[in-house]
Ligand binder design. Structure first.
Ligand code: ADP
Ligand code: MG
Length: 383
């Protein structure tokens, strides 16, 4: 496919129903990963799609799945695996929007934490596409409430994250249970060896599509760092929030305990803040996310696990309250803002030796965006 020629959704052999839904969603043209992956997947080929966060990977597989599922057949035909519950919900919402004019296609997210009986009942209605976390999908397979016999497509979304989170065995078990006459697609921001091993074992002659440039997100994120003292972090955070007044912000901490502490601190200062981490009950997590989406909560304080892949419009600032563990986490975290061409700011707090990690991050992101030292740091931190 020519790189310099603009590809339109109309050129991709899509149905009227999908084209109308895409137009309703406000997508004007396919992102590079979409333009390249959709035709191969529609042809029935196995694909490995590598592109950074915020580049539109969901629709890259969502559109072809919706075109290829047989709406007259009520059996399970496509399985999407995602690393977290929030992501499963988010991907299924995007698929629902895309299927707006394909009324007979039924989509269900299945994830741990939600009562299994409710999911079993929903599955009995005849679901053609599930979006699930590996553990819960395994659970349903073992109970025979998910039947894999007619599954024709398996998609691993955020495959690198799933492996990092220890889902490798579950994923392999699931792939072993799906008939080999199937199409297998991997999407991932990075391609570590562990993924290449999986693709060798489970894909057939895959087409590797790699989009290096970050098309939808990173160019629109302004990145800053500030050297602060540990004890003045929350003060600096609140000053930055007052100064820039972002509509919604995500603040990353490295532990659950720090999330809880910071939420208490911010609430004490009168901010609409709430926390999200893996120790919370699913109902609490859903509740916080719903409030964040509707703006009742303006500052979401989260750990990496809880915030993986979240895609919420209007997140105008991301704060690395604690330094991310490595440069890939950094890119993931800041990718929560500046989604789909909107502008965003990312602030990273540096304490002591964090400065060395920042150097690695700058090396890693240098071709994309430079990270600026915040100009008026002394105005911000006075304690
Ligand atoms: P990724 O999975 O690569 O991180 P997403 O699929 O979550 O990215 O997409 C990021 C955002 O961009 C979403 O809000 C999505 O609706 C939007 N988006 C996807 N494709 C397009 C497009 N072609 N044009 C405009 N916005 C898009
Ligand atoms: Mg994604």
């Amino acid at each position: 496919m020519e790189n310099n020629q603009k590809i339109r959704f109309e050129d991709l052999n899509l149905s009227q129903e999908i084209l109308r839904a895409i137009a309703d969603m406000g997508f004007e043209e396919p992102s590079p990963i979409q333009a390249q992956a959709i035709p191969y997947i529609l042809e029935g080929r196995d694909v490995i799609g590598q592109a950074q966060t915020g580049t539109g990977k969901t629709a890259s597989f969502g559109i072809p799945i919706l075109e290829m599922v047989d709406p007259t057949d009520n059996s399970l035909q496509a399985v999407v695996l995602c690393p977290t519950r929030e992501l499963a919900i988010q991907v299924s919402e995007e698929l629902r929007k895309l299927s707006k004019y394909k009324h007979s296609i039924k989509i269900l997210p299945i994830y741990g934490g939600q009562p299994i009986d409710r999911q079993i009942k929903a599955l009995k209605k005849g679901i053609q596409i599930i979006i699930g976390t590996p553990g819960r999908v395994m659970d349903h397979m073992n109970r025979r409430t998910l039947k894999m016999e007619n599954v024709k497509m398996v998609i691993l979304d955020e495959a690198d994250e799933m492996l990092d989170m220890g889902f490798r065995e579950d994923i392999e078990t699931i792939l072993e249970k799906v008939p080999t006459e199937r199409q297998t697609t991997f999407f991932s921001a990075t391609m570590p060896k562990a993924i290449l091993d999986l693709t060798k074992r489970y894909q057939k002659n895959p087409e590797l599509i790699k989009v290096v440039r970050k098309e939808l997100t990173v160019p629109s994120i302004e990145q800053f760092y500030l050297e602060v003292k540990e004890k003045s972090k929350s003060e600096v955070l609140s000053r930055l929030i007052d100064m820039y007044n972002p509509k919604l912000s995500v603040v990353f901490c490295n532990t659950k305990k720090r999330v809880d502490e910071l939420v208490g601190d911010l609430q004490g200062r009168g901010y609409f803040a709430d926390g999200l981490h893996g120790d919370m009950k699913q109902s609490q997590r859903d509740n916080v996310m719903a409030k964040f989406r509707n703006g009742t909560v303006e500052i979401l304080v989260a750990t990496d696990v809880a915030a993986r892949g979240l895609d919420i419009d209007d997140v105008e600032a991301v704060f690395n309250y604690d330094m991310p563990q490595d440069e890939e986490y950094y890119v993931h975290r800041i990718g929560r803002t500046g989604r789909a061409g909107k502008t965003g700011r990312a602030f990273t707090f540096i304490v002591g030796r964090d400065i060395y990690k920042l150097k690695d991050i700058q090396k890693y992101t240098k071709t994309k965006v430079k990270i600026h030292e915040i100009p008026s740091m002394s105005d911000v931190e006075e304690i």
